[in-house]
Structure formats: C-alpha cells, structure tokens
Design a protein around this ligand. Structure first.
Ligand code: WTA
Length: 689
C-alpha cells in the first residue's frame, strides 16, 4: 500500500500486534557479575567506536576473520545491485568446512551435538566433531552420487528436531546445495508450497518423531506434500526418508516404490567415503527460510553463505558468549531461523557443543528442561518468552530442585513482560545468569538489538541497544526521525547493511524491495546503502539510554508462541471452506502464547452456523498450515463490521477480542453489528448454532 490514502485506509481497517501491545513502566538495570565479565568473550568497550556508522562497512572485516577462507575476499560490500547486497565479494568459502572440518585438529573428540530424545528411556546421543564429520561426509556422498545433486540445486527438508537435521543441512552446504527446511509442524500442504516456490526435486524427511510422548507419523505429510506439489506443477523425483530408529520403519504410511528411499539403506554404500567441500563464492545462497509476510504466499528469505556465517559466528561468540568448553542449549526448533542461526550454523562455526532436544519442554513433567540441563551440565540456555511463561505456569518451583548452573540465558522471539523476565532471572537463572533479550528476524540472519552481556546492564522488557555495527533508527509514518527518549513509538529501521541480512526474496526481487525498503527509500536509483534504510516491520520505543523496546509487528504478521504467522495465510485457509464468505484474523493477547489469533467468519447466504462448521474451519487451517495456526476462537458472525467502501474493520474486531474500546464506529456501513458481535464475544448472547 503506498501513498497517504493507502496509509489511512490501512490505519482504519487493520489491527496489529503493535496496536495491542502493553506499555510497561521503565525498569531498573540489572548488572552482570564480575565472574561473568572475567570469562566473557567480548569485554572491549571500544567495539562500539570501532563499529560506528561512519566506519561502515569496513568494520565487518572483524566478523569475516572469524571464518576460514579458501580464497580471501577483495570487496567488503558490493552495493552495485542495491539493496541486494553482497558481502565479502571475491572470497571462496564453504560453510560445512567451517562448521566441521576446521575444528577436527583441536576438537575432534569433543561433543559437537548432544541429541536428547523426548523419551527418557531412549539414550542421549553425544556426537563428537569427528563423528559429525564422518556422518556429514557420508550423507553428502548420498546427495552427490545417489541423487546427482549439485551446487545451486534446491532441496526441501521437512525434518523434526533430530541430529540428522543438522547433518543433512551441513551435507547440503558441503556441496553448495541450497537447503530449505520447512518447520516439521507445518502441514504437507505448507511443505508443498515451499517445494514449489523453491523448485526442489528432492524432499528429505523422517518417518516419525516424538512429541508429547507420542510417536507422530511424519511420513504421511511427505505423501501429501508430493501430491500437492504435483498439482501445482512440481514433480518430486525422490523422497529421502531418514528413520527415527535406524533400520526400522516407524510410520504406517507405505513407502512409494521408485520414489521413496530409506536414507539408512543408501548410506550403507558410502560408509567411510569422504566428500571434499566445494569452495563456494561468498555470495552463493546457503539456504532459504520461508516466512510469512504482508499478504500473499510465504516468501523465501535467501541467505548467502559467507555473510550469514560470519554474522552468526560473531554473534554466537560475542552475544551468546559461547566458548568451546561450554554446553549450549537453544530450545528453538531448527525449522525456524533461530535454530538455523543459533543451534546449527553460529555455534558450530565456533566449535560449540550444541544441544538438540526432540520434544516439548514439559514432557513428561515440568522439570524436564532442568533435568536435561543438570544431566548435560548445560551452562548457556536460550528460549522464548512463551516457553518461559509456560514453564513458570506449570512448575514455578521446579528449577531449584535441579543442580544446574547457567552463566547465560537468552530470550528471543517476542516481547517479554518484566515480571516473566524476573522469574527467568531469579528462578531459572538462580540470580547467577545474565540475560540477553535478542531482537531480530528471519530476514536479518542474526541479532539486531541486544546488550553485549559483559559490557552493558540488562533492563527487563527491553532488548537493549543496536548490536555493534547495527544502527537502528525509528521513523514516524512520514519519515521523520522519532528521537530516543521521546516516549513515542515508531517504525524501527536499520540504517546500514550487515553481513547476516538476507540477500533477496527467492525469485521475487521486486517484493523484496517493495516490502523492506520502499517506504523510507531516499532515492530508488541509488547504489549507496545510505539511501536504503531497512524496514523491519516492528514498532519500537527507544529510551534515552538507547535501549530499544519492541512493541510488535505493524503489519499483518503475528507471533504466536514466538512462531511467525501471516493473518492473511490463516484467512485464506479459512476461505478454502466453501461455506465461508469472509474471514478476518485478529491478534489477541494470551497469557502463555503472548499472542493468539482469533478468527471471525461470515457465511455465504443461506448457510446456517454450527459447531460442526466451526470445527471444519479449524481443520482446514490445520491442513493448509498446521496446528500452530489454529485460532483460539472461531466466531461465526452474521456480518463483518465494514467501512462504507466495504473493507472489513479488523481494528474493531481486534478491540472486541481484546476487550478494549472499539472507538467511534458510527461511520461504519453497519455500526449495529459491532454491538451484536461484542455481546457474542463477551458471552452475553448465547451463540446459537
Ligand atoms: C518478534 C525470530 C520482541 C518481532 C528471531 C520480529 C521480538 C519477529 C524479539 C521476527 C524480541 C523477535 N522482542 N519481539 N526479543 N525477537 N521478535 O522472523 O516482531 O520468526 O519482527 O524471527 O519476532 O520473527 P521471526
């Protein structure tokens, strides 16, 4: 939407996360302990001076130098196709080599991955760097010799949280194959959309995985994905199926002859085979990560090899404070960007021991996380506010029952309420661990705002200042700078390029420019990065100390339990049900999930509302997207509140669902409906089906 009228129309019709955000009071600082500071990786206060805006982009050399290059780069930042930037142009590098091979000399006997199965009766696997090297090579041999895959090919992964997932990613990276992992909770249909958009001929999956104590049949989703992709014109040649228990098939879904193959059978031919990593140009795409964005289908954020790896390695070292002797556990799913950057690539690039936990944090009981932390002697812990809220709700006194000690904890993905932050600090961190609240996005590859843990105090509810070398700025709707300390919110942007940022949207450069740069671009023809501030899509307030507090999205994206979803995607899923005429999704505050979607639907003429129909709509959403997108409530309403020009007033529906004031609705085409819906939602009118 562009132009003044467009903006006004948006303001009149939408409700966003930022609109329903709570402004909590400014909190006191918490300081890192001398013990933490004494061992921290980054204690040099000059880093902010070295990385000041006027020295951009030269300072990114510090990050590039954390990596091992086949050929060192010659241009630090190529802006010739701005705003599609290339970092470290001229360099040759391999991500798999950097995450595995280069650590062998010093760390081959050290654990690279601790895999913790959900069932406590299954054995924890400790994979050393040497074993990771062997397994990555063998699977790379399968990709090369059995599948004939080569650098630049795309492969879709739909895998659960198992060690085979990073092995698969690193085997792809070894050959320059671009992987595109779909979150395993996504439906077969959602996986198909990613197959089609990326142009993959291969799907790599696993037969089953554990969740909440049940062995979930996952292979059935592969069949749906292949079928749906075929309908959209993309034929999958082969489905490679890892077995959750090697040598045993744990799915009820039959293997399709000629199409489906067990990885474990193929691997037998390649035991002991080594595959040389392919030296890739710095700017070669490493992976695609699909994410929801303003209207339309999910978009594939293209992350390129060297910049992404340098940025995730640097931030893992300086913000996560990972040393090779630490045990680091990030509880995100590898199917989301947090897992890619801060379970796999960043930590492994700096020789960490990284924990992969298969299941849910509360299985079989509220103490599970703390038991894992105790058993593996985890000392760095990384999770979301949703998980923290849930753990606090079900087991507020559990952490103290276990003998673990964190030095460092992260919160990521959503704003964290100061009260929840303090429980995390006092109870989970036992007043010993520092906390970093890291704000960033799929698009940004790594952190944008956070405190550097040994250099700055923490402030509950605030992410902290821009990372070294990242220069945030807040603009109002008209492009005026909203000053720090003004108490006013605005659209937070980043003024300069950084190596972790995505290069483009796969196959859609125009959308990339339109969505992220058009709004505040100073000159669309410019090749100077100073003319292209990056629009994050979040609203923020910056305090006078420069600490950034994120309020939430300003667009139609919502973060449900820290999972990023498009309201338009949920609406389109609801509209696949023939009886539904109109659908509107609004974000609603939720005690544990942070935000939850409520769905309002109006039916086609002559169709009667019923509970069955509401269930059918829920089911359609699960089929199209996955259970994570399930609305909290489906409200079947006689009509939507609309403007005179026929636009659905989501803002009004959002206010009703959140129990806040609907404001002046007299200019609506049908103001009487607002009262009817309010009574329905507030339970004053029995919903008659
Ligand atoms: C939100 C996840 C507040 C924000 C890494 C952003 C946060 C979106 C924080 C990106 C945080 C992420 N505090 N909000 N610390 N971190 N967000 O792409 O709205 O899944 O735009 O990346 O999550 O979600 P995504």
């Amino acid at each position: 939407m562009s132009g003044k009228d467009g903006k006004e129309a948006k303001e009149a019709t939408e409700t966003t996360e930022a609109d329903i955000a709570v402004h909590w009071a400014e909190e006191q600082y918490f300081y890192p302990s001398t013990k933490f500071i004494a061992q921290a990786n980054m204690t040099d206060e000059n880093i902010y001076d070295r990385m000041s805006l006027d020295k951009c982009p030269e300072y990114w050399k510090e990050y590039a130098d954390l990596l091992t290059w086949y050929k060192y780069w010659d241009t630090i930042l190529d802006t010739s196709d701005a705003p599609c930037y290339n970092f470290f142009k001229g360099g040759l590098i391999n991500a798999s080599y950097n995450c595995v091979d280069r650590h062998l000399a010093k760390y081959k006997n050290k654990t690279a991955i601790h895999f913790v199965p959900e069932l406590e009766t299954d054995k924890v696997e400790h994979i050393t760097y040497q074993e990771l090297y062997v397994r990555v090579n063998e699977f790379a041999a399968v990709l090369k010799y059995e599948c004939g895959l080569m650098a630049g090919d795309r492969v879709t992964l739909h895998m659960p949280m198992v060690a085979e997932l990073p092995i698969t990613m690193l085997a792809c990276a070894r050959l320059g194959i671009i992987h595109s992992q779909a979150f395993c909770g996504f439906s077969g249909k959602a996986c198909a959309d990613r197959i089609v958009d990326s142009g993959s001929y291969y799907l790599i999956t696993m037969d089953a995985y554990f969740r909440g104590g049940s062995l979930i049949d996952h292979k059935e989703k592969a069949d749906i994905a292949v079928e749906e992709a075929a309908q959209e014109g993309r034929k999958i040649e082969k489905v490679l199926v890892w077995q959750r228990y090697p040598g045993k098939y744990s799915s009820k879904t039959p293997m399709v002859d000629g199409r489906d193959v067990f990885v474990n059978d193929l691997l037998k031919k390649y035991y002991g085979v080594r595959i040389e990593p392919v030296p890739m140009p710095a700017e070669a795409p490493l992976f695609l990560m699909y994410t929801s964005g303003t209207a339309g289908k999910p978009k594939g954020c293209q992350h390129n090899t060297a910049g992404y790896l340098a940025y995730t390695a640097g931030t893992s070292k300086y913000v996560q404070d990972i040393h090779p002797e630490d045990v680091y556990w990030c509880m995100a799913h590898i199917g989301w960007i947090t897992g890619h950057s801060y379970i796999v690539y960043g930590p492994l690039a700096i020789a960490a021991s990284t924990v992969i936990y298969e299941g849910i944090p509360t299985y079989p009981d509220a103490g599970r996380c703390w038991k894992i932390a105790q058993d593996l002697d985890v000392n760095i812990f990384h999770t979301t506010p949703t998980a923290i809220r849930a753990l606090r709700k079900v087991g507020p006194d559990e952490p103290k029952k276990y003998n673990y000690h964190f030095k460092h904890m992260t919160t990521v993905g959503e704003p964290i309420e100061p009260e929840v932050w303090k429980w995390y600090y006092h109870e989970v961190g036992k007043d010993e661990a520092i906390i970093v609240d890291t704000w960033w996005q799929t698009e940004t590859g790594g952190f944008l705002c956070s405190t550097l843990p040994a250099l700055q105090p923490m402030k509950p509810g605030s992410a902290g200042p821009g990372m070294p070398g990242i220069h945030p700025i807040v603009y109002d709707e008209h492009g005026n700078v909203v000053p720090s300390g003004s108490g006013k919110a605005g659209n937070i942007c980043i003024q300069n390029p950084w190596p972790g940022m995505f290069h483009t949207i796969w196959g859609d450069r125009d959308r990339f420019v339109r969505q992220y740069f058009e709004k505040y671009c100073k000159n669309p023809k410019s090749k100077d990065w100073r003319d292209w501030p990056y629009l994050t899509g979040d609203a923020a307030v910056v305090a006078s100390d420069g600490y950034v507090r994120i309020l939430g999205r300003i667009d139609d994206v919502i973060n449900v339990s820290g999972h990023r979803l498009g309201t338009k995607d949920i609406e389109s899923a609801a509209l696949t049900v023939l009886e539904v005429a109109e659908a509107a999704v609004v974000p609603v505050k939720h005690e544990v999930k942070g935000i939850e979607p409520d769905l309002y639907v109006a039916l086609r003429p002559g169709i009667q509302p019923s509970e069955d129909l509401a269930r059918k709509i829920m089911k359609a959403i699960v089929t199209e997207i996955g259970p994570i997108a399930k609305p909290g409530k489906v409200w079947i309403v006689p009509d939507m509140p609309k403007t005179r020009s026929g636009k659905i007033m989501r803002r009004v529906l959002g206010a009703i669902s959140n129990g806040t004031s609907v404001g002046d609705v007299m200019t609506l085409a049908n103001p009487e409906i607002v009262d009817m819906i309010t009574k329905m939602v507030q339970g004053e009118t029995k919903v008659e089906f």
